[in-house]
Design a binder for this molecule. Structure first.
Ligand SMILES: [Zn+2]
Length: 97
């Protein structure tokens, strides 16, 4: 659910370049928290209020209803291995490879 404003309000500085932000809209996060979204006037980076909702959002990232989790990991493992070998040197040591 988005709540569009007719008035543009300014907020804190851009987290990327430090220029002035412009409040572009608000949205309800996790079905209960109203969060403001801002766009930098200079670099156009879109950012939110400080993400106070993240701890709650990630408390149940893997749920018992997600029966495809293992299947997705098995299916994507060959692709991820190819991407890693393409973008990174074989000299780099990593865990599990
Ligand atoms: Zn910026």
């Amino acid at each position: 659910m988005y709540l569009w404003h007719t008035l543009h309000l300014y907020s804190a500085k851009c987290k990327i370049c430090g220029e002035q932000n412009l409040k572009i809209f608000e949205a309800v996060v996790l079905k209960k928290s109203l969060v403001s979204y801002y766009k930098c006037k200079f670099c156009e980076f879109v950012q939110t209020d400080d993400p106070f909702w993240l701890n709650e959002a990630y408390t149940s990232a893997i749920t018992s209803q997600d029966i495809g989790l293992i299947n997705r990991n098995i299916n994507f493992a060959p692709l991820v291995a190819k991407l890693i070998s393409f973008f990174f040197s074989a000299e780099i040591k990593s865990v599990g490879l």
